[in-house]
Design a binder for this molecule. Structure first.
Ligand code: KIV
Length: 264
């Protein structure tokens, strides 16, 4: 039976950790869900790990539609989230709806978009019209040029207060889930405690989030580029890709990943 947003929200309420990984094709989608991953994210990280770009900015809408359809054909059970790429949602809510609807028609059950306060109107618009939205705050990679690099966010008090406030506003606007990327573990813990029914999925956000996500090519040590501190190489101690993913799921559930060495 298909895992739904309700399933994941219930898991979060009951204190069961959610294991999410990125996926970009049908074979990996099938392998990941067989190894126990509950949610698959077709991340625009594909621009870096599949296409070889330095950032996620060049990823096109057609790329996301294509890879979402590939993952959807391989995954029978996992909850599928498709990223909205740069430039496809920082526009009118009406035009964003058209782009989000294409990702949903390709097989996603939710779309993810980066940003806080400026995205509230769009999130309200999409969710009121049947498209579940996952927010994404902290180190939002599409804003790398605004940040001046891939830097941890929310370290100062005013920035931390802004992120906490934005998480609350995103939930009020209708976001059903939120990714917290590269922020101090204590702040992620505070945001997680402040949510009512919006699971927090951490990547470089400490162990207290309702779930964890990593980029598949990072945790399998396939991506040749620089690794962030929050990445763990699960392949090193595993005999197979399936084994590496099973260990990831086990460690997320047991709250042993991420450890202090992967957190800020
Ligand atoms: O694009 C992606 O893979 C992501 C994750 C890093 C959360 O947004």
């Amino acid at each position: 039976m298909r895992i739904t947003l309700n399933t994941l929200q219930k898991m979060a309420q009951e204190g069961n950790r959610i294991a999410m990984l990125t996926a970009y094709d049908a074979s990996f989608a099938a392998l990941l869900e067989a190894a126990g991953v509950e949610s698959l994210l077709i991340g625009d990280s594909l621009g870096m790990v599949l296409q070889g770009h330095d950032t996620t900015l060049p990823v096109a809408q057609r790329d996301m539609v294509y890879h979402t359809a590939c993952v959807a054909r391989g995954a029978k059970r996992a909850f599928i989230i498709g990223d909205l790429p740069f430039g496809t949602f920082q526009i009118s809510p009406q035009d964003t709806f058209r782009n989000a609807a294409e990702i949903m028609a390709a097989g996603a059950q939710m779309v993810k978009l980066e940003g806080g306060r400026p995205m509230l109107e769009t999130i309200e618009f999409l969710t009121a019209r049947g498209i579940p939205v996952c927010g994404h705050i902290g180190l939002t990679p599409q804003s790398v040029n605004q940040f001046g690099g891939y830097k941890v966010q929310g370290r100062g008090q005013s920035d931390a207060e802004r992120l906490l406030e934005e998480a609350k506003l995103l939930e009020q606007a209708g976001a059903g889930m939120i990714v917290l990327e590269a922020i101090p573990a204590a702040l992620a813990s505070e945001i997680t405690a402040a949510t009512n029914n919006m699971p927090t999925i951490g990547i470089g956000a400490g162990p207290d989030c309702h779930g964890q996500v990593l980029v598949l090519h990072d945790m399998l040590d396939v991506y040749p580029g620089k690794k962030a501190k929050f990445v763990k190489n699960f392949m090193r101690a595993a005999g197979s890709i399936h084994g590496a993913v099973e260990t990831y799921v086990k460690e997320v559930k047991a709250r042993t990943f991420p450890g202090p060495e992967h957190s800020f």
